[in-house]
Design a protein around this ligand. Structure first.
Ligand SMILES: NC(=O)c1ccc[n+]([C@@H]2O[C@H](COP(=O)([O-])OP(=O)(O)OC[C@H]3O[C@@H](n4cnc5c(N)ncnc54)[C@H](O)[C@@H]3O)[C@@H](O)[C@H]2O)c1
Ligand SMILES: [Zn+2]
Length: 341
């Protein structure tokens, strides 16, 4: 089968012929139909310091996808060949206290598809049955392939009650934009989404009706006052990983405000904890999705009319992967899809 493989250290990927994976008794083999490129794939494509420390080559990339079940292992009970499915990309252990208590997303032995083992940028991928999520007919193939990053947004946005609240979201990458769409859909009063890249703010306007701001042009405080807020934002969703944005968010929260941190800083940052303590902020770190509650809620939000279709800006055939990766490196795209059939 064809697969996009990081063969050795260095920039880029190679389209190669590799063996179809063999499945175990508790696994399914999925015929991949639609995949999406994640920031993580970009780190591996660009071979940055995180990738060079983390990735063991050769590795087939890809963890955001949907497809149809091709074959089921002997113990698989809940799926059959032909079922349309998407997949939770975090493969959890079953021995830890958290895992045995059903808190699968807090299992310390978690590994990731397309990072720690061969992923879905291929004609077929093998995953444990536990990770498979059935796709309702109303969810299209392209939306089915972005449920994993959408799930990051759902996990962060639904961490706090947003009804009637004023929400600040820093970073209008795909996850920040989808978070803004969710906040507005579930009944936040005012939503402000910031980014230093104005193309990203233009894209946000195509996905959801929220206030946007480039903080290089006006401060968050000035914008907040122009929006009629006085004491600061009730809820903050940090989706950029930028030190400046994190500090700006803390500064603009109200006393006792709630903050979800999802963006990953590329280096350690220098924070004044006393500012957080004196504001009595409630901070929650978000990793991945809450397995499987986030999947349930995310699919339910889409079924209740949340429309995130415009976050997908480009679709390519997998053979054109180089164009797709280069486009994403330019910062001029939202979610980019690679189709496999
Ligand atoms: N915690 C998790 O489980 C998890 C999962 C997936 C992604 N992530 C991280 O979440 C973040 C968002 O993911 P994404 O795919 O949307 O990333 P992305 O890189 O496409 O988006 C980040 C955005 O932040 C913007 N930004 C940079 N500095 C800013 C500033 N000072 N103020 C406002 N915006 C600023 C960038 O211009 C960019 O548009 C990334 O840091 C990613 O690594 C975390
Ligand atoms: Zn991803």
């Amino acid at each position: 089968m064809k697969a996009l493989v990081k063969e050795k250290a260095g920039v880029g990927l190679k389209l190669k012929d590799v063996e179809v994976p063999k499945i175990g008794d508790n696994d399914v083999l999925i015929k991949v139909k639609s995949t999406a490129i994640c920031g993580t794939d970009m780190h591996i494509w660009n071979w940055d310091s995180w990738a060079s420390k983390t990735i063991k080559t050769p590795l087939t990339l890809g963890h955001e996808f949907m497809g149809a079940i091709q074959e089921c292992g002997r113990n698989v009970k809940n799926f059959k060949a032909g079922d349309r499915v998407s997949v939770e990309s975090h493969i959890v252990g079953r021995r830890s206290r958290n895992s045995r208590a059903g808190k699968l997303h807090l299992d310390p032995d978690t590994i990731s598809l397309g990072v720690d083992r061969n992923g879905a940028f291929a004609e077929f991928v093998c995953v444990p049955e536990l990770n498979v999520v059935p796709l309702p007919d109303q969810i299209s193939d392209s939306i089915g392939s972005i449920l994993d990053p959408f799930g990051n947004a759902v996990h962060a946005a639904l961490s706090f009650d947003l009804v009637g609240e004023d929400v600040l979201i820093t970073g209008a990458g795909p996850i920040g934009i989808m978070s803004a769409a969710i906040a507005s859909h579930v009944g936040a009063r005012k939503v402000l989404l910031t980014d230093i890249n104005s193309d990203r703010l233009k894209l946000a306007k195509k996905v959801c009706n929220v206030e946007v701001l480039n903080p290089m042009e006006m401060t968050i405080k000035e914008k907040m006052i122009s929006m009629g807020l006085q004491e600061g934002f009730d809820v903050g969703l940090e989706m950029s990983g930028s030190e400046v944005a994190i500090k700006d968010m803390i500064k603009n929260m109200m006393m006792g405000g709630k903050v979800a941190l999802l963006g990953l800083p590329s280096k350690s940052i220098d924070l004044d904890l006393s500012e957080i303590i004196f504001k009595a902020l409630n901070i929650k770190a978000i990793y991945g999705r809450e397995i499987f509650e986030t999947w349930y809620k995310g699919i339910a939000l889409l079924q209740s009319g949340l429309d995130i279709r415009n976050i997908i800006t480009h679709e390519f055939n997998y053979e054109d992967f180089e164009k797709a990766f280069k486009l994403l490196n330019s910062g001029k795209a939202g979610k980019v899809i690679l189709n496999w059939s």
